[in-house]
Unconditional design. Structure first.
Length: 264
């Protein structure tokens, strides 16, 4: 029970990595509020989590809209009176790279203004809005953990991604380091977990991408043809470490869950 009785918010908590993060924190004793834009998967995820026996608050939220974020944060405070853990996981995945034949796609020429704005609004501005909303109660209680989900794309540009996604994730890391510098005196830890390629239902890797990725990731677990890809639980385990007292003196750091795809 590494986060027993802690109050956690997980954005994008209805599916994929976010859902597994929320379930992991719940099983380790936290009260968890999951945020997502789409009602049906949000409620379905909440029902699954409640079946585990924990306290779950599902809130429909678009993190790219600051008013929604502020209202949702207040709803968590009204329900549980505090916020101990914020996991900024909500994001729009890039869709500009062809899974069938990546060589036929130009991520710069094919990216529209609308797609650029949409990815930046959710993947970067949304993280800022959520951090800003949660920081005030954390400062008042003089404690808190903020874990921002970055990406290999922000660390080294990535492979099958978009300029807006890479820019947003790089910006997220810079913003996290600045926050760690300013907020440490209030007992708030801010860190980043950077996933590499992860096996999720939304990843959509085609055969050409899988073949290319297999040549860039040195670590192998053994047991499957895709054993070089991370699982959602790999990411959740890194988040759990940063959310718990095991990392009480860790702030301003990045945990790269790449399998050695990038080092340092």
């Amino acid at each position: 029970m590494l986060v027993k009785d802690k109050v956690a918010i997980v954005t994008g908590g209805s599916r994929g990595i976010g859902k597994v993060i929320a379930m992991t924190l719940l099983r380790e004793g936290a009260k968890v509020s999951i945020w997502a834009r789409t009602p049906e998967p949000l409620e379905k995820a909440a029902q699954e989590m409640r079946a585990e026996g924990g306290e779950v608050l599902a809130i429909r939220t678009d993190v790219s809209v600051s008013d929604w974020v502020n209202r949702s944060t207040q709803q968590v405070l009204d329900t549980w009176g505090r916020i101990d853990i914020l996991v900024n996981n909500a994001g729009i995945l890039p869709h500009t790279i062809s899974a069938a034949d990546p060589s036929k796609t130009n991520p710069f020429l094919d990216l529209t203004d609308e797609r650029w704005a949409e990815e930046i609004a959710t993947d970067l501005s949304g993280v800022f809005y959520c951090m800003r909303a949660a920081i005030k109660p954390m400062m008042e209680q003089r404690s808190g953990r903020i874990i921002n989900i970055g990406s290999l794309a922000g660390f080294m540009g990535g492979y099958f991604t978009s300029p807006s996604y890479s820019a947003a994730k790089a910006g997220l890391m810079g913003m996290s380091m600045l926050a760690a510098r300013w907020l440490g005196k209030y007992g708030i830890n801010i860190n980043v977990v950077n996933p590499g390629p992860v096996l999720t239902e939304g990843a959509g890797f085609g055969p050409a991408q899988i073949e290319a990725l297999g040549k860039t990731i040195p670590f192998r677990r053994g047991g499957s043809e895709k054993d070089f890809l991370a699982t959602t639980q790999d990411i959740a385990n890194a988040v759990l470490y940063l959310a718990s007292d095991l990392s009480s003196f860790v702030s301003g750091s990045r945990i790269n869950v790449f399998g050695g795809q990038a080092m340092g």
